[in-house]
Write a protein that binds this ligand. Structure first.
Ligand SMILES: *Cc1c(COP(=O)(O)O)cnc(C)c1O
Length: 630
């Protein structure tokens, strides 16, 4: 049966999770469609171009036009909901900087959303410092979340001096006191908000962000206490914003609805009680459908951006109407949904760790008896006896181990036994899978038999949530998508950590524990893409094993359809990563020089060899932290 790019698109789920941003062309190459139209980037051709420009693997591709498209999709969704439900208020989305604090990412988002009134959300002083540099519209808001000290409050008030609508969000009642004190001392009127803790919980991996035990947000009593404090300082009029955040990646729309219902009711009640609160900030949580299944599964979401906007707008209006108060200006803090799609990691597979060449196994007559018996088991295995023979083989394996421990088995025989055992297991699993019911033991064996492809990247640097939270991301080959993939594989990274492996993959049902990839061809590179990494992943990296930031290319498509590389950024060289942890390149070279000098003095090394060694060492500190598979 022939295999087409249609089959590949279906198997890898490209149309499902790709949301129009990804495709496969007639040459079997992965394509990116930054504006979801016909203009597209052939990723395989792009890689060839970037290699000529000396960019190295792993390589992160950023598509700023995807960020723009996402911003417009979100604002369009709210604008159309506001029109449809005759909502008498505006939408002023803010981008939470922590989701991707790269300067170029923040700049692309602000540029796309500026005319539409986009603002920024900061969770720390440094993020606020970034927010204050952006040329936002006068009505755009800057929301300051997170725990605060006086410096944070002062910086926010400097923002007020600079004419920005900077809201200080009270996270703890003592912050109300502090805001009052600092703003009085500086003689600057603050804009104040409060983050309320909802009873409604989010869902999925991030549900700890809300509900009774959450880290952030004021309890109802604390909210009332804070308002009391503000009133006592004559600042009740400056309390303008109510905020809540029900968690990230909320997979079920009903969770969003119940959070918005609860938050909107608090807003309307405060307003009815006479507080001049005019903004309602519904936080983040808008999901990304990482597996494309459109379900309430962890890696997915069972609603669309427009359904989200419709529900927020409709519920807020309904509750404000019922309480007879004017509707608020709506703010949302969607980070994941804006940024996830724009970044794709490209890695090269350098080899595999499963000897799968089907060479004949020849067992010499002088091989150990147990090896001979294992060979006979393999030869004799058939559909009917596979389970029994498999158990016999496992027993032989135990026996062989004992023989080896006692010194009765040569390395040659041990090698033969290992190879035979591999064949036996493979064959047993193949027979087992022909049955209607596959016993658990064979499923376990099957997992162990999966080929491990070794790819040039670090899970800890480029997709840390896969390691920390078992989060799933789409993985697929960049090319050969018109060719049937025949090898069930997982992807090991180049760290020395056994958790450095992608061993779970998206699927429309459940998840996969291996992915079908193509057999490696000697001398030919094989490229893998990991998609949807633009939210949190490329900024959370932890330099495990001293693998650093990766090379980056920022890519756009012109109106005429040409692919442009607008920026190429080299990743960290070894000395940069080392310096982060207190290893200074200069003194490292000095110490190696001292060692070489000592050896020369002791006449154990020639001067020429010493010079060579020191130079070679120094050069290695200038190199990329990842491997070069050639
Ligand atoms: C992290 C965070 C966000 C971003 O949430 P997403 O789910 O990525 O949209 C928004 N608001 C607050 C307060 C956050 O901490």
């Amino acid at each position: 049966m022939s295999y087409s790019t249609r089959d590949a698109r279906r198997y890898y789920g490209v149309d499902a999770w790709g949301q129009g941003y990804f495709g496969v062309n007639g040459r079997g190459h992965l394509t990116v469609h930054p504006s979801r139209g016909s203009r597209r980037v052939d990723v395989h051709a792009l890689i060839a171009r970037l290699k000529r420009r000396k960019l190295r693997f792993p390589l992160l591709l950023r598509f700023p036009q995807i960020l723009e498209d996402r911003v417009h999709e979100l604002f369009d969704a709210f604008d159309s909901a506001i029109g449809e439900f005759h909502f008498d208020g505006a939408y002023r989305g803010v981008f939470p900087i922590k989701v991707n604090q790269n300067a170029d990412v923040v700049a692309s988002i602000v540029k796309a959303g500026r005319k539409r009134g986009i603002g920024l959300e900061a969770g720390s002083k440094a993020e606020l410092a970034v927010a204050l540099t952006h040329d936002l519209e006068d009505d755009a808001v800057i929301v300051c979340n997170g725990y605060k000290d006086e410096d944070y409050v002062r910086l926010a008030l400097r923002g007020r001096q600079l004419g920005r609508k900077v809201f200080l969000i009270i996270e703890k009642p003592h912050e109300a006191e502090m805001i009052a004190r600092v703003s009085k001392a500086m003689g600057i009127n603050p804009l104040i908000g409060a983050r309320t803790r909802l009873q409604a919980r989010g869902s999925g991996m991030w549900e700890r962000s809300s509900g009774a035990g959450a880290k952030f947000g004021l309890t109802t009593q604390e909210l009332l206490d804070s308002l009391e404090i503000l009133t006592s300082h004559g600042l009740a009029d400056q309390f303008r914003l109510l905020h809540f955040h029900a968690g990230s990646q909320i997979t079920e729309i009903r969770r969003i609805k119940s959070a918005v219902r609860e938050g909107a009711r608090i807003f309307a009640t405060l307003r009815a009680d006479g507080y001049p609160v005019e903004y309602l900030d519904v936080g983040g949580g808008l999901g990304v459908d990482y597996d494309g299944s459109n379900t309430s599964y962890e890696a997915s979401m069972n609603y669309s951006v427009s359904e989200y906007a419709n529900d927020v707008v409709y519920i807020v209006k309904e509750i404000c109407d019922a309480e007879n108060v004017p509707v608020p200006t709506l703010i949302s803090e969607s980070g994941r949904a804006l940024t996830a799609y724009h970044a794709v990691l490209i890695s090269e597979v350098g080899g595999q760790n499963q000897d799968e060449n089907g060479d004949d196994i020849f067992v010499p007559v002088d091989a150990h008896d147990t090896v001979q018996e294992l060979y006979e088991i393999w030869e004799g295995m058939g559909r009917k006896n596979h389970r029994e023979f498999f158990h016999d083989a496992e027993a032989k394996r135990e026996e062989l181990l004992k023989h080896f421990d006692l010194g009765f088995l040569s390395l040659r025989d041990r090698a033969l036994a290992e190879r035979l055992m591999g064949r036996v297991r493979r064959m047993a699993v193949a027979f087992a899978k022909e049955e209607r019911f596959v016993p658990e033991e064979f499923l376990d064996v099957e997992k162990q038999l999966v080929t491990k492809y070794i790819a040039n990247f670090s899970v800890f640097q480029s997709l840390p949530d896969h390691w920390a939270l078992d989060q799933l991301f789409p993985v697929l080959p960049v090319h050969r998508l018109d060719e049937r993939p025949t090898v069930s594989a997982t992807l090991c990274d180049v760290t020395c950590d056994s958790f450095g492996e992608i061993d779970e993959f998206v699927d429309l049902r459940e998840k996969r524990t291996s992915l079908k990839l193509h057999a490696l061809q000697p001398g030919k590179p094989y490229y893998i893409a990991v998609a949807l990494l633009g939210a949190y992943q490329d900024v959370l990296g932890d330099y495990h094993n001293l693998f650093g930031r990766v090379d980056e290319a920022h890519v756009t498509v012109t109106k005429g359809g040409a692919t442009r590389v607008v920026k190429a950024l080299p990743g960290d060289d070894a000395h940069e990563v080392l310096a982060l942890f207190g290893h200074q390149a200069e003194s490292m070279v000095e110490r190696v020089q001292e060692r070489a000098d000592a050896l020369v003095a002791a006449r154990k090394l020639t001067k020429a060899a010493a010079k060579q060694a020191v130079r070679g060492y120094a050069e290695s500190l200038e190199g990329y932290t990842y491997l070069n598979f050639g």
